[in-house]
Design a binder for this molecule. Structure first.
Ligand code: SF4
Ligand code: SF4
Length: 273
């Protein structure tokens, strides 16, 4: 069964529509762009000619892409008044029954059929954990499209607490918040860092191939948190401070452990509901 990642009950993603492909991909900048499109398109008649013209105008005034070869669709915006759900404003469910997706950067078939590799690699349980962590649209999209990062974080937490992270554990707010803060490392990288797009590269056999930090060149030992750090692009050459990020990983893991077993240091103790 194919899992659903794009639009879940309390989570949404628009990464493959170019959500993060801007020089300034901070949450504030991305959010402002989504509102600009949402407000502009709300005034446009639901017909193809008008939508095409509006899309072209929005694209022309849009932010500069970080990767010019990756398309940015100007029809991605907020589906709700509160700005909590990101999604396609040209989808029939958002455009009064009209399918206006051909006015974007792909044809309708591509928009309809595309599923990013996370759909093949993530389990439904992992998807549920991402959703239950209540990350918000900006972070959810970054995490759900980076399977090695998510698995490395969950594995590191399990190693510290002595128990596999399960959905029921996230019902405890201190633990949920601590886990979300650990995952939020993805939102805190230096502007332009490739870590934001760290995700994974499919290898020849289709399995993800992780990036690599050149520890030899840095004359230091491989970090015990290497996978997490690799997935956030914590290589100095990508503009991030490896030592600072490593310290952050350690501190945020400590917080997860403490939240799982308050007052006992958390280490090697099971996370209990
Ligand atoms: S990147 Fe994946 S999860 Fe996100 S909207 Fe695209 S297909 Fe869906
Ligand atoms: S038209 Fe296609 S690419 Fe554009 S926002 Fe909609 S689904 Fe994404």
């Amino acid at each position: 069964m194919t899992i659903r990642l794009c639009q879940r009950a309390s989570a949404s993603c628009g990464a493959c529509c170019g959500l993060y492909n801007s020089v300034d991909h901070s949450r504030g900048a991305v959010e402002a762009e989504l509102w600009r499109r949402t407000r502009a398109l709300a005034r446009v008649p639901r017909e193809e000619g008008a939508f095409r013209r509006a899309a072209a105008a929005l694209a022309e005034d849009g932010p500069a892409p970080l990767f010019p070869s990756v398309r940015i669709c100007p029809l991605l915006g907020f589906l709700d008044a509160a700005g909590e759900r990101v999604g396609c404003l040209a989808h029939p469910l958002a455009a009064g029954g009209q399918d206006l997706r051909a006015c974007g950067v792909y044809d309708v078939l591509t928009c309809e059929a595309f599923l990013c590799p996370s759909h093949a690699w993530l389990t439904e349980e992992e998807a549920q954990l991402c959703e239950a962590a209540a990350l918000g649209w900006h972070l959810y999209g970054l995490v759900v499209t980076d399977v090695p990062f998510l698995r490395a974080v969950l594995g590191a937490v399990a190693a510290r607490t002595g128990a596999r992270v399960e959905r029921r554990h996230l019902a405890r707010e201190p633990f949920r918040a601590a886990l979300a803060r650990l995952l939020a490392l993805k939102e805190e990288l230096e502007p332009g860092s490739e870590g934001l797009f760290g995700a994974f590269k499919p290898g020849r056999d289709g399995e993800p191939v992780p990036r690599r930090i050149d520890y030899e060149a840095l004359a230091r030992e491989t970090s015990p948190y290497d996978t997490i750090l690799t997935c956030v692009g914590a290589d100095p050459r990508s503009g991030n401070d490896l030592d600072r990020l490593e310290a952050e990983v350690r501190a945020r893991l400590d917080a997860c452990a403490e939240a799982s077993a308050p007052g006992r240091g958390g280490a090697r103790r099971p996370v209990t509901p």
